[in-house]
Design a protein around this ligand. Sequence first.
Ligand SMILES: C=C(O[C@@H]1C=C(C(=O)O)C=C[C@H]1O)C(=O)O
Length: 158
Amino acid sequence: MSPAWRRWVGSRDSLTLRLTEAGRPRPFQVQLLDQRTGTPRRDEAQALALPPGRQAWLREVALCLGESPWVVARSVAPLEGLPAHDLEHLGERSLGSWLFRQPDLERGEIEVTRAPAGFHPDRGPWGRRSVFRHGDFRVLVQEWFLDAMADDLGLPSR
Ligand SMILES: C=C(O[C@@H]1C=C(C(=O)O)C=C[C@H]1O)C(=O)O
């Protein structure tokens, strides 16, 4: 992985803030693609220590600078202990704007993948995922950095 991408893929602070800064003067916006209760993929359930088939909170977004999606993200959280009043109505506010306000927020290891998101047609060089914890709440956040971001920021192909 190139150092330029490592700085993005390995960052542990808010991606929303980094994208907002890097994308100036284009406006950052969250495009909500889907948010529902559903069945996580097997690997998602395993990352959350959920029994296979257990229903969960699912949220898919595109993080856009101007009209251009730079990142697509899919977040999965157990329904048990879900702060539904906060997250159900998140809408097009960034999940990170809520997550990084939580005291005692913990972030687990960042795992990297080259596999595509699957739920969105745009492709990119890297994907990553990590589990955030806050009290007994946990959420698996998966993000795929898209080619449009590499092109707009002049990042290497990998
Ligand atoms: C976790 C963050 O929130 C971002 C916003 C998301 C959303 O609104 O669904 C999902 C993933 C993140 O890229 C962050 O800003 O770091």
